[in-house]
Design a protein. Sequence first.
Length: 78
Amino acid sequence: MRYQTRGTCSTSIDIEVKDGVIESVQFTGGCNGNLQGISSLVKGMRVEEAISKLKGIKCGFKPTSCPDQLAKALESMQ
């Protein structure tokens, strides 16, 4: 699934989930190293756990962040 982000430097997130477990996450744009790290950390994680860890994280003065947008994307898939 491709999710169009809002309010972040990344423009979209491609996510694969199977049986409630995150198989892969790939961000387009944004801070490459940090987003590769987030993608690696959530691989193999249950969707609910990732949402609870990432939801509400802010980036500087922005009301959202790439991790928060990932949580929103995962919520939209449920």
